[in-house]
Write a protein that binds this ligand. Structure first.
Ligand SMILES: C[S@@+](CC[C@H](N)C(=O)[O-])C[C@H]1O[C@@H](n2cnc3c(N)ncnc32)[C@H](O)[C@@H]1O
Length: 258
């Protein structure tokens, strides 16, 4: 089961609030060369493009399904390209990533590597979920550790590569970043019931589990997650507090002062 743009779009409104917050952290200059890492269906990439005067923006994503959707939004100055964050090349005035770098491993190396792709004066701006200790995510790990899923997945499960908040500030500082902002925010969402929480993670965190399972086990996996969350969250509507990290760091225009 690959990335499904329709499934992902179900909570588009809720996903826009952190995007607007990240946009608010940017220093906007005309004519920036920009890359959006893990652009997905491109809706927010197009919004970013519209907020940056005369930008040349490329959206990069490793999912052909997501890119097919995104390419319908192409226009002069905005294009989309199939590719992996790990293979990023080139130099940019803004490296932007919204809700995607949680899918890329080894942030200790990743962030310094991304920073090296900034032109002098360039900005790195990232939002990523830090919700991995919420029951909606723990239910996935727990289910994957139970039979028949444990055997079907051959013991595979995915731990979040997202580091403690403070570590991103340290990494940016070690890169020589200036004007850094590193913060965590809980986005409050009201969902109709706990099943909606499963629908939410079905479009994101559940993707790599479901794609490793036969259709009949996919449904059983979802049912098991629904059962666990149904016990924990019996109220309707249900409050879903979703924690996210937002950060911005800039590369100096010249060498640091002696
Ligand atoms: C949750 S979606 C976010 C999409 C979009 N940025 C948004 O906020 O609506 C995450 C995207 O990251 C992409 N992705 C995951 N790992 C990737 C990688 N290593 N390189 C490039 N894209 C990746 C997925 O294909 C998916 O489209």
């Amino acid at each position: 089961m690959p990335w499904d743009p329709h499934c992902y779009a179900r909570f588009q409104v809720e996903r826009e609030a952190p995007f607007c917050d990240l946009l608010g952290l940017l220093r906007t200059v005309a004519g920036m060369r920009v890359i959006d890492l893990g652009c997905g269906p491109g809706v927010l990439t197009a919004r970013l493009f519209e907020a940056l005067p005369e930008a040349r923006l490329t959206g990069l994503d490793s999912s052909p399904e997501m890119l097919e959707k995104a390419r319908a939004l192409e226009r002069p100055g905005l294009n989309f390209r199939l590719g992996r964050v790990e293979e990023l090349a080139g130099s940019y005035d803004l490296i932007f990533s919204h809700a995607a770098l949680q899918w890329v491993d080894d942030h200790e190396r990743l962030f310094p590597r991304l920073f090296r792709h900034l032109a002098p004066g360039g900005q790195l701006a990232v939002q990523m979920p830090s919700n991995h200790d919420h029951p909606s995510h723990l239910a996935i790990l727990e289910t994957a550790s139970e039979e028949p899923f444990l055997s079907a997945l051959q013991g595979w499960s995915r731990c979040s590569p997202v580091l403690p908040l403070q570590r991103y500030a340290e990494l940016l500082h070690a890169c020589g970043a200036v004007e850094q902002v590193v913060l965590q925010k809980v986005y409050p969402h009201l969902l109709p019931d706990s099943d909606a929480m499963v629908e939410w993670v079905r479009g994101t965190a559940l993707v790599p589990y479901l794609e490793r399972l036969e259709p009949v086990l996919q449904e059983a996996f979802l049912d098991r997650c629904r059962l666990k969350l149904g016990v924990l969250f019996q109220e309707r509507p249900v409050f879903y507090g979703f924690s996210r990290i937002l950060l911005r760091g800039c590369k100096r225009l010249g060498p640091p002062c002696a």
